[in-house]
Design a binder for this molecule. Structure first.
Ligand code: ATP
Length: 322
């Protein structure tokens, strides 16, 4: 069956590069003579019938902007049978032949439910956490890395001036990828991630004391969100090392900002590929990139894969932070 009309929505946490992906999907579809609708506020928009036709100029001047012009939401109602049925009915009434959803694993679960109900869906991995197992790099991750790096660089200036220790919490939920790579990029003394058990004395106090003995007077400790308790940890560091210490939780600023080149290009490639999949009659797929090649996975298979933590990279970070 030829695809005549598709829709697109953004769901879950926003990620820089979502707009670039929306632009790519809209332009690819329209260029191929396919009508496209934008659905507002994630799955809530499908439940409420909040969708509008998009045109070539609907996506002008958005490639460089963070956030999402389609807005996003978490929709508990969509997880109910009644909510799902309303969403399916909206798609059927509007004559939607395929749907592109941008988000993380929760969003893909929703896409799987819709696919099972006969609405062909393709998911694009958009999350700053880089926690999608089938995909080396998610849309938004590179921008968040650069945002965190810039902010920790600023913290370094002030901790250097005061001979302090800066303990910085970065996002990532249960995944330490953001923390690990930010930690390497800022030259952190210690990096704490949920994937690697840590020992407070060995991995923080001894490391700080050892580097202090070689003349180091200020320190950066990067802590992944999944570790938690950063304020308590900072207090304990100050008590046990005698180095004045400050906790900084970077928070939602990590989600914003203009997407980097890498995220804009990735989002554009993935958006274009998503329309290819729908045109080829493929459904229930997640787009991924591995070794710079675009590929796609069955959603069920993708959700069962486990993200493998790069322990070699973690060891390397440890080795050079002396
Ligand atoms: P992020 O990585 O930013 O958290 P996400 O896509 O994982 O993104 P969620 O809040 O988990 O964010 O999911 C987004 C939406 O997807 C939910 O609000 C809900 O509507 C839908 N969703 C989540 N889990 C399920 C599920 N198990 N079944 C059906 N739909 C779901």
């Amino acid at each position: 069956m030829a695809i005549r009309k598709i829709a697109i929505l953004t769901s879950g946490g926003d990620a820089p590069g979502m707009n670039a992906a929306v632009r790519a999907v809209v332009r690819t579809a329209l260029g191929r003579g396919i009508d496209i609708y934008g659905v507002y506020r994630g799955y809530n928009g499908l439940i409420n019938g909040d969708l509008q036709p998009m045109h070539l100029r609907s996506v002008s001047d958005i490639i460089h902007r963070g956030g999402t012009v389609l807005y996003t939401a978490r929709s508990p109602e969509f997880c109910t049978e009644a909510g799902l049925q309303k969403a399916v009915k909206t798609c059927q009434d509007a004559g939607i032949d395929g749907l592109v959803v941008l988000g993380g694993d929760g969003t893909f679960r929703g896409a799987q439910d819709l696919s099972r109900r006969g609405i062909p869906c393709v998911g694009l991995p958009c999350t700053i956490d880089n926690d999608i197992a089938c995909c080396e790099q998610t849309i938004g991750y590179d921008t968040a890395l650069n945002t965190c790096m810039e902010m920790v660089d600023k913290l370094r200036d002030t901790s250097q001036s005061h001979d302090r220790c800066s303990v910085v919490e970065v996002m990532g939920r249960h995944c330490g990828y953001l923390a690990l790579n930010v930690g390497i990029a800022v030259g952190a003394t210690s990096i704490l991630v949920p994937e690697v058990p840590f020992d407070f004395e060995r991995d923080i106090v001894e490391r700080m004391n050892q580097t202090a003995a070689t003349g180091k007077k200020h320190f950066i400790i990067v802590v992944a969100e999944g570790i938690g308790g950063v304020t308590k940890l900072t207090k304990r560091i100050e008590e046990e090392t005698g180095v004045e210490s400050r906790a900084t939780i970077l928070g939602h600023v990590q989600r914003g900002g203009n997407p980097t080149v890498s995220d804009r290009v990735l989002a554009s490639r993935m958006g274009n590929y998503a329309v290819d999949l729908l045109c080829d009659g493929r459904s229930n797929r997640v787009v991924a990139i591995n070794n710079d090649c675009l590929t796609d996975y069955d959603i069920e298979e993708a959700l069962h894969m486990k993200k493998v933590f790069d322990t070699d990279l973690y060891r390397m970070a440890h080795e050079i932070s002396i």
